[in-house]
Design a protein around this ligand. Structure first.
Ligand code: ADP
Ligand code: MG
Length: 463
């Protein structure tokens, strides 16, 4: 029928607009490299903030003692207690507690958010076993992983530039988040010093380096997306401080805010952006990361329901509800291997209250999942290529091959297998079989929290 033809033409058009042939990805990678240079040259020189992390020494493996970490990322937050063994003793002990952020606190007041976090931390500290108690006269120390753009002023201070990932609390912007956290801890009666303030990418880089000395890039694909890497301090024109002894500085790229005319954007992306809490910002994040993939899928399905009646004569009302279709559900549908696509059918029923879908419709849904995930994963790979190029490691070195290990973390990377495989295959495709053997992806599980504890250790007031 005419309607069936309409569904196919919406699909084809979407597929074409999302296409990421290698030539396009190379343009994206080159644009990323150009923006990296611009962001390092001057403050405000690029959409890429290329933030200086004040981390110029990554963990060596000699760190020791009991340290806390607090990881505020977007969806969940975690508190950790880590005991480090000194002299390559590794991580002797680690335990954590996790809680989700109540949605009302994401758009409420600064004090309410920090009070909630500090209260969870207080509960966790109260359960500390005696053997982990600090010696008399010594304060507990904490690494604070805060995965939003921060203008860092030292290793343990920095002001919030803006919220992302669905957070919007005006009175935090421009404030030092360490001061805010410290005040909230005091209100809870916890005596604890924040020794390091780190982005999750920087924490993941530190955590990855602790276990593998070849780690020099970290990428997060979770609710949002971001990357950090080790830059030569002399290649940072906007850094006017003293040159660190190591000669290196970790840069938090804030690549979620990358944008380029080469990015394949569709009408669905533009509409989602317009309706978002931060229109015009975080465009790369909005096509690659976990918060948004399911929502893009929903928007295409809604169009198909309205114009091609793929779910019957009436448009299912649930389908009109923003962010109802989440990326973990999309991932479950995409990975459905049953012959009748039972998982797809169940998800459509459970989430959208659409029953009795035909196998054809279910196949269409899987195809859309594939288009959305493939575009995101391939663009993330192009971003990694941009960093590798900036580091001058995309061509053979005279000194012989040297490995770069990319520490990867985040719920999207961890759980969305098709996405992960596509990302990894795409980098091989872009770099060529030979060069790509030098770039290795490594899942740094819990890297950001442990990394923050490690950085708290190396920046402890007692060393
Ligand atoms: P955060 O980014 O908030 O610090 P995580 O790294 O744990 O937290 O990532 C959580 C995000 O990962 C979720 O918001 C979701 O988008 C994505 N995610 C979690 N589980 C899955 C899954 N099974 N499949 C696809 N994406 C997932
Ligand atoms: Mg996180």
């Amino acid at each position: 029928s005419n309607k069936k033809g309409r569904a196919m033409s919406i699909l084809k058009e979407f597929e074409e607009k999302c296409a990421t042939p290698d030539a396009k990805l190379k343009q994206v990678a080159d644009a990323m490299t150009v923006e990296m240079h611009a962001g390092l040259a001057s403050e405000g020189g690029s959409k890429l903030k290329m933030l200086i992390s004040y981390v110029n020494n990554l963990p060596t493996g000699d760190e020791g003692g009991v340290f806390y970490a607090l990881d505020l990322g977007g969806t969940n937050f975690r508190v950790l207690r880590v005991q480090l063994g000194r002299k390559d003793g590794g991580i002797i002990h680690q335990e954590f507690a996790e809680a989700s952020i109540p949605p009302n606190l994401m758009v409420g007041s600064s004090e309410a958010l920090f009070d909630y976090i500090a209260a969870e931390l207080a509960k966790f500290v109260a359960e500390e076993e005696e053997k982990f108690h600090p010696p008399p006269g010594r304060q507990r120390e904490l690494g604070f992983t805060f995965s939003f753009p921060i203008m860092q002023t030292s290793i343990n201070s920095g002001t919030l530039i803006r919220w992302t990932k669905g957070f919007s609390i005006d009175d935090t912007v421009g404030k030092d988040v360490v001061v805010e956290l410290t005040k909230a801890m005091q209100r809870q009666g916890i005596a604890m010093r924040v020794s390091a303030l780190v982005n999750d990418t920087v924490g993941t880089l530190a955590g990855g380096r602790f276990s593998n000395k070849d780690v020099s890039i970290a990428v997060i694909l979770g609710t949002g997306t971001n990357a950090a890497y080790v830059e030569r301090a002399q290649a940072i024109p906007k850094w006017h401080g003293p040159l660190p002894k190591s000669g290196e500085m970790v840069i938090n790229m804030e690549w979620g805010n990358f944008r380029s005319s080469h990015l394949p954007l569709t009408e669905y992306d533009h509409a989602m952006d317009t309706d978002s809490l931060n229109p015009g910002e975080q465009i790369f994040e909005k096509i690659c990361s976990g918060m948004y993939l399911g929502e893009i899928l929903r928007r295409v399905l809604l169009r198909m329901a309205e114009e091609a009646g793929i779910f019957g004569d009436e448009v299912p009302s649930k389908l009109k509800s923003s962010f109802i279709l989440r990326t973990p559900e999309m991932s479950a549908m995409h990975h459905d291997t049953s012959s009748d696509l039972r998982v797809v059918g169940d998800k459509l029923k459970d989430i959208l209250e659409i029953s009795n879908t035909s196998l054809k419709t279910r196949r269409l849904v899987v195809e859309l999942c594939n288009i959305v995930a493939t575009r995101g994963a391939r663009l993330a790979a192009a971003g990694v290529l941009g960093i590798v190029k900036k580091m001058g490691r995309d061509t053979p070195r005279e000194t012989g091959p040297e490995k770069i290990v990319v520490a990867m973390d985040g719920g999207l990377y961890e759980h969305y297998t098709e996405y992960r495989k596509c990302l990894e295959n795409t980098l091989v495709e872009l770099l060529g079989a030979e060069m790509s053997t030098n770039i290795v992806f490594q899942h740094a599980n819990d890297g950001s929290g442990i990394g923050a504890a490690l950085l708290a250790a190396s920046n402890s007031m007692y060393v």
